[in-house]
Design a binder for this molecule. Sequence first.
Ligand code: NAD
Length: 432
Amino acid sequence: MKICMIGTGYVGLVSGVCFAELGNSIICVDKDIKKIANLKKNIIPIYEPGLEELVKKNFKSGRINFSSDLKSAIHKSDIIFICVGTPTKAKGDEADLRQIFNVTKEIRKYLNKFKVIVTKSTVPVTTGDDIEKILLQKKSKKYFEVVSNPEFLREGEAIRDFMYPDRIVVGTENKKANNILKNLYEPIIKRGRKYLNTSRRGAELIKYASNAFLATKITFINEIANLCEKTNINIEDISIGVGLDQRIGSRFLRAGPGYGGSCFPKDTRAILAVAKKYKIDLSIVKSTIKSNDKRIKILFDRIKLILNNKINKKNITFLGVTFKPNTDDMRESSCLKIIPKLHKLGASISYYDPSGKKDEFHKYKSVFFEKNISLACKNSDLIILHTDWDEFKNLNFKKLVKKRDFKIYDMRNIYSPKKMKLAKIKYFGVGR
Ligand code: NAD
């Protein structure tokens, strides 16, 4: 099938290249001209395992191309996926849909024959209705059908998630559009993956409800971890014991720094805003957001306690700064709040992240990126294991750090407290 992806970010690029791998002909469009020029040279704008190889392979075979010419891309395509950003509005909790509606108006200009227009971006309930209204202002229904097909991929595992999803959700009550989408996903459905056709509004809400539930699950275990710290219980035992109940499941049940990233924080807030519009009190989601916000203070207070309230002139190392491993995405990473607080109190921060240096820290004069783990840890008073990248999982800290009385705060519970005790390292984890 001939497909146009509008917005070539995490979602547009990954889904575009995966559709190409499944044998379709893809044009990825973005308004960021530099991004498109780089992609044509096979320079990938994001860090995502396996993505570069897949882009190179499909670009070489001609199944995927990159362009900033929206008109020509739309003319050539039968299906148009909208994959632009839906951030939180500058004021309030609502999703800012300007990118969605701008794209809609552009699509409207170039509709030359029937096309299925699909929102892959995460959009609030009734956005599909609004898109349809905008299109109908200038084009009749024979030119389009608006469908919702939310994306559930996780950064860091995006290709696997796209190719082997738990489910594909397609929101449309139009038979023709549903058949086109089902046909497109046929190679994935054949692998035994579930395909759910529901209403357009239903599909939009499934995405928000899923993210709100997962955010709640993470927040729940983090609160239980707080209780474990006071009662001398290991949260890892609780996660295993609770997760073994098949009604609950073990995933997203690991205590840590709180949820972050480009989706959970904005999507939990956006679903609250939608509920408010309809005068529905989503009190559980509200509490989740509040609790996750509070987590930053809990982590920060723990750091202060570990350092006996003496932050000034301390060398603090962050191993990992992204919100999770295998991505370069810094959006809503908890260390964006913790590092500036420590810096303000006079700490000198070194950090190393496998995905490289971060622009977010340029403005702080005592926050330094180091090229490797050894350089980052050499003079450390406190090492904070912030992100559980594989390369941090088997370190010999005694060899890495020059100082004898250094401490470790393992925010991901990567290491065994028993082994650390045997090695005479002052070690602190989360919820244990
Ligand atoms: P992103 O910011 O990485 O990419 C969005 C891209 O859209 C950018 O490259 C931007 O330049 C481009 N764009 C904006 N306006 C445009 C226009 N008028 N024409 C052409 N290009 C335009 O965003 P993302 O992380 O890929 O997220 C996109 C959507 O998918 C969001 O709604 C998000 O919530 C949802 N989503 C994201 C993930 C994830 O893991 N990142 C997972 C599932 C769903």
